[in-house]
Design a protein around this ligand. Structure first.
Ligand code: URA
Length: 435
């Protein structure tokens, strides 16, 4: 088999076989297919697409490029959750402990920030000492004893995705539905959970900008999971404005802690409840009515069980539990700049990707792969879509490191706000469920 023929076949819009896809992935990981040929193949896939069967074969070939994380030693129903990436998305920090407190076993694989979107590992690392580098034995032991543990991708877990993603990132082939589906699902399926709940983000701050594309991605990922013998359900949620009010690593951990203490923002709590409802559906094999799922979530937050799980998880993974008990000890910016509105009206839009990019410019995300994150910086949004604003009102606080240049990031956040004279409704949060 030759890479040239495989590239040509896809370039001409034909379906690749299982053998051809496996050959391309294996040879690229081994280094016998060079970057330029893989880049050409990825561009051909970007332009001509892949059907569900091809995408499954690609996912499977990528999954098998490295280690599989065995979870047989865990007693109970094992579940993972994945977000396709958003701004202010600290949902996993709340949902993991909530599901564990509800009796599920959460063996979670998390990632770092990608582009303008944040990553769970970067957020958790703002807690002094916290590490996602657990051995497989510790991972299984922690899930058994605490109910939740979080690991990060290692060089031996789906190395094909690491290598392919690095090429996609520099060849404008990231935003392809089959390539995203295969990238996400190859990593998720390498950890052998029984079930997976997906949060597919839709809107200006998401990789999928339209509901149609998000539905296609969700359907593809659900089908891939089912073909691999897993139970999968996807919630499509709105990312046309940031989730909650905090953006930035330590700020998001603080907001997650407030939520676990029963004082979280309404949109974050609603999303946690919607995802918990799907996880309960998969574990109990029946659709739990929305109000019953919500009551169960409210109960484990009100009685402190979910918060206690979070503290135990942080401690078990080397983090300082005092920072969770006393979140004011988390890294905190030494300077806060208020951004005010020049006019009166209603918040019509908050350009969500712009907010993510502005946060990155302050140091909350990586502009290059070697950038060092400052956990303390970010935004606190005082106004969200639908809110009334008077001229001079504070729209947001900008938490900065005064030793950096912060003007451009601050201005970018201000420019992300659109104030309109007409009445604006708050945005709907849950857009669809695919299961
Ligand atoms: N997240 C991933 O892990 N992979 C993608 O391709 C996009 C988002």
């Amino acid at each position: 088999m030759r890479a040239y023929e495989i590239i040509k076949k896809k370039r001409d819009g034909n379906k690749l076989s299982d053998q051809e896809i496996r050959f391309a992935v294996d040879a690229f990981v081994k280094g016998t297919i060079p970057d330029y040929q893989m880049a050409a193949l990825l561009m051909a896939v970007f332009l001509k697409g892949m059907d569900e069967q091809e995408t499954f074969w690609l996912t499977d070939a990528m999954r098998l490029s490295g280690d599989q994380v065995e979870l047989k030693g865990i007693s109970g129903f094992t579940v993972d959750k994945h977000s396709t990436g958003g701004v202010g998305d600290k949902t996993s920090l709340v949902l993991g402990p909530v599901l564990a407190a509800l009796g599920l076993r959460v063996a979670k694989l998390s990632g770092r920030g990608l582009g303008h979107t944040g990553g769970t590992i970067d957020k958790l690392e703002s807690i002094e000492g916290f590490s996602c580098n657990l051995s497989s034995e510790d991972f299984v032991r922690n899930v058994n004893s605490i109910g939740v543990a979080i690991i990060g991708q290692t060089p031996t877990l789906v190395p094909a995705d690491k290598k392919i993603y690095a090429l996609r990132d520099v060849t404008a082939t990231v935003d392809s539905i089959p390539l995203i589906a295969a990238s996400i699902m190859s990593k998720k399926l390498a950890v052998q959970n029984k079930a997976l709940v997906l949060d597919v983000k839709v809107g200006s701050g998401a990789f999928m900008k339209t509901l149609g594309d998000a539905r296609e991605l969700a359907r593809m990922m659900v089908k891939i999971g089912k073909q691999a013998g897993r139970q999968v359900s996807a919630v499509l949620s709105n990312m046309d404005e940031p989730l909650g009010r905090m953006i930035g690593n330590a700020l998001e951990v603080k907001e997650a802690i407030e939520t676990l203490r029963g004082k979280g923002p309404a949109d974050l709590i609603a999303l946690v409840k919607a995802l918990a409802q799907e996880a309960l559906l998969l574990s109990e094999n029946r659709r739990i009515p929305q109000d019953e799922a919500a009551k169960r979530v409210d109960r484990v937050i009100a009685n402190g069980a979910a918060f206690d799980v979070f503290v135990a998880m942080v401690k078990a993974q080397g983090g300082d539990p005092a920072m969770v008990e006393h979140p004011e000890r988390l890294p905190t910016a030494t300077k806060v700049i208020p951004v005010t509105s020049d006019r009166a009206g209603h918040v019509e839009r908050i350009e969500c990707e712009e907010v993510g990019l502005a946060a990155m410019m302050l140091g909350a995300g990586r502009e290059t792969k070697d950038s060092i994150i400052n956990p303390a910086v970010g935004f606190r949004l005082m106004k969200k879509v639908g809110d009334i604003v008077a001229a001079g009102d504070v729209l947001a606080e900008v938490h900065v490191d005064p030793s950096r240049e912060n003007e451009r990031g601050t201005q970018r956040l201000k420019d992300a706000y659109r104030i309109s004279e007409k009445l604006v409704k708050a945005l709907p949060l849950i857009l669809d469920i695919v299961s």
